[in-house]
Structure formats: structure tokens, C-alpha cells
Design a protein around this ligand. Structure first.
Ligand code: ZN
Ligand code: MN
Length: 128
């Protein structure tokens, strides 16, 4: 169990309530309203701790800025290539894929990460 701190609680609380998959900086800006003297470094440190304790997810696919998710259940995401927002995708997680890949490769597969890319609805509208 993590030692509870006011900062960590505030970060976790914010992440549990939002579905926006914020960056560390967005989290910092939000939590600062509650704890004005919190530093960006403290936010980063607590995000690492929370991630290591599996309290949150870090969405850090190669080449993209890390986003954080208070929902640790296995689920897929869509990332807009125009505005960068990340959305949850309500699509069942294909657990059989883990089995198939394990059989094919001999690797022990714990999970897979799938992120869809393209244009969100807002960005499609603004391009029309
Ligand atoms: Zn977009
Ligand atoms: Mn999510």
C-alpha cells in the first residue's frame, strides 16, 4: 500500500473522475487549483508511483505524449491525430488474441495494448 499523501489523493481523485486521459501537465493544472503549492515534479513523481502500484494506467505508445487513465480495466483507446485527444473505445477486448500470439511465438503474453488513430468527430466537422 502506498503511503497516503494529500497530493497523491488529489491526483488519483482527479483521474478517477475524468475521462479525458490528461497529460501530466493537465493534471498539474487541475490539481494546482486545490493544492496551489504543488510542483510539476511532485505530480510526475506521484504519477509514476500510482502507475507502479497499478492504481492508474499510463498510455505511452511510442512517439506520443503520455496520457494517464484512472480506469485500470483493460480497454481500447482512440487517439485523434489532429487534436491529440484520447477517447475510450467501447469495444470488447480480444483476449483470444493473447492466446493466439502466445501459441504462435512461445512468448508468455500478459496483455496487449491497442490504440486506434484517425480523426475525432469534432475534427472531422472542422475540416468539412
Ligand atoms: Zn480531434
Ligand atoms: Mn481509457
Amino acid at each position: 500500500m502506498l503511503r497516503r499523501s494529500k497530493q497523491r489523493e488529489a491526483i488519483l481523485d482527479f483521474l478517477r473522475k475524468t475521462s479525458s486521459h490528461p497529460t501530466a501537465y493537465h493534471i498539474y493544472e487541475a490539481v494546482r487549483k486545490e493544492i496551489p503549492n504543488i510542483s510539476l515534479g511532485t505530480v510526475y513523481r506521484n504519477l509514476r508511483l500510482l502507475r507502479d502500484e497499478a492504481e492508474i494506467l499510463e498510455l505511452d505508445l511510442a512517439g506520443s505524449l503520455s496520457r494517464f487513465d484512472g480506469d485500470t480495466r483493460s480497454h481500447y483507446h482512440f487517439r485523434c491525430e489532429q487534436c491529440g485527444r484520447v477517447f475510450d473505445v467501447n469495444e470488447p477486448v480480444d483476449l483470444e488474441r493473447n492466446e493466439r500470439v502466445a501459441k504462435k511465438t512461445g512468448f508468455r503474453v500478459s496483455h496487449h495494448i491497442l490504440e486506434f488513430r484517425g480523426l475525432c468527430r469534432d475534427c472531422q466537422t472542422s475540416m468539412a
